[in-house]
Structures are given as structure tokens and as C-alpha cells.
Design a protein around this ligand. Sequence first.
Ligand SMILES: NC(=O)c1ccc[n+]([C@@H]2O[C@H](COP(=O)([O-])OP(=O)(O)OC[C@H]3O[C@@H](n4cnc5c(N)ncnc54)[C@H](OP(=O)(O)O)[C@@H]3O)[C@@H](O)[C@H]2O)c1
Length: 226
Amino acid sequence: MRQMVISRHGAPDVFEPREAPTPAPGPGEVRIAVRASGVNFADILALARLRRATIIGTSSSVKHATLRAFGVDHVIDSRTADVAREVEGVTGARGVDVILDAVGGKSFDVSYRLLAPLGRLVIFGVSSVAVGERRSWWHAARALMQMSSFKPMSLINHNRGVFGLNLAHLWSERRQLAVAMRQLLQDVAGGRLRPVVARTFPLEHAADAHRFVQSRSNIGKVVLTV
Ligand SMILES: NC(=O)c1ccc[n+]([C@@H]2O[C@H](COP(=O)([O-])OP(=O)(O)OC[C@H]3O[C@@H](n4cnc5c(N)ncnc54)[C@H](OP(=O)(O)O)[C@@H]3O)[C@@H](O)[C@H]2O)c1
């Protein structure tokens, strides 16, 4: 069995190709033949359009035309614009019902302040902690210090909710994951959800795939093929 192993911290060149014995499934287990593996995440944008929400998206400006074509109603350049002011321009004083924030750092605070009454902020990533290929303690520390600590009295008084999500720590919740997965697969089979693949790389080029993601050039998934 071929593997691309990360045995130490570092830039994408720490990937090592290895051969390992093919595991034999034990009682109650199955072995899965992997044909392709995503480097990236689910398509939340589509997981909003199906619900007929008005979508406000942030990205660098080169991606705006594509995001509009995907159904994003309002696009904001996260690198140059005052995101809070632009969002207020769209929603008025009311604010936003659901915010999905994977940027972290000061973005969590901005997002929290933009919530409408009964609004929910889902925090599921901290992209702002990792800038560039090499580890930067300074950037990581700054992003961590800028992060909000949400105050119970503010949550109560503003009728707001904050929800954290990490799929990697959810594997034991099989029953609930199965429900969500069934819904996703039905939407894919029915053509309502169409995964967007930005680019594929052979498994052995996993380091290049990581460089591509870190360059922030992709729109959609980056896939490793086996
Ligand atoms: N919690 C979970 O279970 C889970 C699972 C998978 C992924 N995630 C997280 O979800 C986030 C997105 O993952 P993805 O796979 O969807 O990534 P993706 O498709 O590669 O999109 C990431 C985009 O975010 C923007 N970005 C990157 N760094 C940024 C920064 N410092 N500030 C502002 N924007 C930045 C870039 O676009 P522009 O440069 O155009 O703005 C980049 O292309 C990541 O934070 C990832 O860790 C969480």
C-alpha cells in the first residue's frame, strides 16, 4: 500500500512516500480501496444555496466572477475591503442569520458583531494562523491573541449563538454523521450538489497539492488520485 506520510512539522516538502503492508480487515471491519482523496473540505456554499438563503461571500477579487456564477449574491474582497461595513451595507442594521467563519483571528470578532438577533456563528477553522509554507510563531500568536472569547452575558443579551465544529473529532458520532452523509449523497445523486474540483494531483505529488492550497489559488477541492 502506497502512503504519503508527514512525519514531522514543516513545509510541504516534509511529505515522504512510503510502502506499507496492506492491512487485513478484522471482524466487523471493511477495507476501502481509495481511488481519490480530497485535500479539502465540503462545499458549504452549495450546503446555503439549496436552503435559498441570501449568500454573502468573502474571497480575493480574482474569484468573484466564479463565486457569482456559483450563486453567491454579494461578494466582498476580504483582502482589501472593510468586510463589516460591506456586510452592513447589504443587511442594514439587522445583521446576518448564519455566519460560517474558518478564517479566525480577528475575523471571529467581526463575524460575532455582525450577527442578527437569534443569529448563529459557526467557527470551523483558523486559516489566519497559517500564512505561507513555513511555521511562523509570530503570526500564529498574533492570530490567537486577536481571537474573541465569547462572553455569556453578551450571548444572552444579544440572543446570539456560537458553535464550534471539527469533523476530525466527530468520528464516534456515527449515527448523526450517517444522517448528514445520507443527505449529502442524495443531493449529489440528485444533481442538486455538484462538487467543484479545482485540480487533481497524483498521490506522490501531495506536497505540490499542499503548495497549491497554501497559495490560495484554488476554487473548490484539491484531489489526490491513487
Ligand atoms: N472544522 C472542520 O471540520 C474542518 C474541515 C475541513 C476544513 N476546515 C477548515 O475550513 C477552512 C477552509 O477549508 P477549505 O478546504 O474549504 O479551503 P479552500 O477551499 O482551499 O478555501 C480556502 C480559501 O480561504 C481563503 N483564505 C485562506 N487563508 C486565508 C486567510 N488567512 N484569511 C482570509 N482568507 C483566507 C483563500 O481564498 P482567498 O485568498 O481568495 O480569500 C483560500 O482559497 C480552513 O480553515 C480549514 O482548516 C475545517
